[in-house]
Ligand binder design. Structure first.
Ligand code: CP
Length: 318
């Protein structure tokens, strides 16, 4: 039994999308879709998580994930506390587990954790009480499961059926947790082709991403693709010497309007953000008619509402 499941098989934690079934993914996407509203409309809210207390514990920077988990919890009636890690006793050497146990003692029920160290999220999940759920908000280079789900929801909104789709994941795949969660979810959903497009130094090791095709040239790599998912260079996971020069990278691997014309005419462009404009993506593409980058952000709140309800087993309507 996966450590992220209860004895009855239900998902109690969400640490990775590996092993999350197609039925579970589609159920989460359907639940999330019910929470999506056009900008300008009143966001949905209900009281399904009333009485639940959620801690956002982020030891790496975040804008989208942290804000959307915060809003997702509040829109479901939960109490949400954003722990300022730099101002907490973690800064005095307290371990993550001691911090979590302290918060458990004052009735926190859900921990949303972003951490640069592999294994921390699973370690916390293995050391909390049985009523507590732990959600990854991004773990090292390994996993960003709610990002994978929001990416899948966005693709479904714009492209419909997953089966005929050819998806290119472009850029620093090697250091990307977004790419790994995208690989897991799109493999589970059965897309026609998942292609990794990266310069050699940013391509993952050969044993990783089984079943994906690979290209080390962006023009060949995105030709004929339905979805072009761009990635930021993860400088924080590289040595100084290994960080590519931004200008050279743009010349060789930046997504420009000219290069995008090689993909299908109706291809969508995605990016998890934060973006480095003029490095991996040109502003004319990021803000252009094929970009769905802002829709990804909108979908993030809806997906996190669905996930919070699922793991706490507090279903409820929009
Ligand atoms: N996509 C994403 O994880 O963005 P943040 O780092 O701003 O949360």
């Amino acid at each position: 039994m996966s450590p992220q499941r209860r004895a009855d098989g239900s998902l109690r934690h969400l640490i990775t999308l590996e092993g999350v079934t197609r039925a579970e993914v589609l159920g989460l996407l359907d639940a999330a879709q019910r929470y999506v509203r056009k900008l300008g409309e009143t966001p949905p809210s209900n009281r399904s998580l009333a009485g639940i207390t959620i801690a956002n514990l982020f030891t790496e920077p975040s804008t989208r994930t942290r804000v959307s988990f915060d809003l997702a919890g509040r829109r479901l009636g939960a109490e949400v506390v954003n722990i300022e890690v730099q101002l907490s006793s973690r800064a005095k050497g307290e371990t993550m587990i001691d911090t979590v146990h302290t918060l458990e003692s004052i009735h926190f029920d859900v921990f949303v954790i972003r951490d640069a160290e592999p294994g921390v999220v699973a370690h916390v999940a293995a050391n909390v009480g049985p009523h507590v759920s732990v959600l990854s908000a991004g773990e090292a280079h390994l996993s960003h499961p709610t990002q994978g789900l929001l990416d899948a929801l966005t693709v479904r909104q714009y492209k419909g059926d997953f089966a005929p789709l050819r998806i290119a994941i472009v850029g620093d795949v090697r250091h990307s947790r977004v790419a790994r969660s995208a690989f897991e979810v799109f493999t589970t959903l059965g897309v026609r082709e998942l292609r990794l497009v990266a310069p050699r130094g940013l391509m993952p090791d050969p044993g990783e991403f089984p079943g994906c095709t690979r290209a080390d040239d962006i023009e060949a790599g995105i030709a004929g693709m339905d979805v072009v998912m761009m990635l930021r260079i993860q400088k924080e996971r590289m040595t100084e010497a290994a960080i590519p020069d931004g200008g050279e990278y743009y010349a060789r691997f930046g997504l420009t309007p000219e290069r995008l014309r090689l993909a299908r005419p109706d291809a969508i462009v995605m990016h998890p953000q934060p973006m480095n404009r003029g490095v991996e993506i040109d502003s004319a593409v990021a803000d252009g008619p094929q970009s769905v980058i802002r829709a990804q952000v909108t979908n993030g709140v809806a997906v996190r509402m669905a996930v919070l309800q699922h793991v706490t087993r507090r279903g409820g309507g929009a």
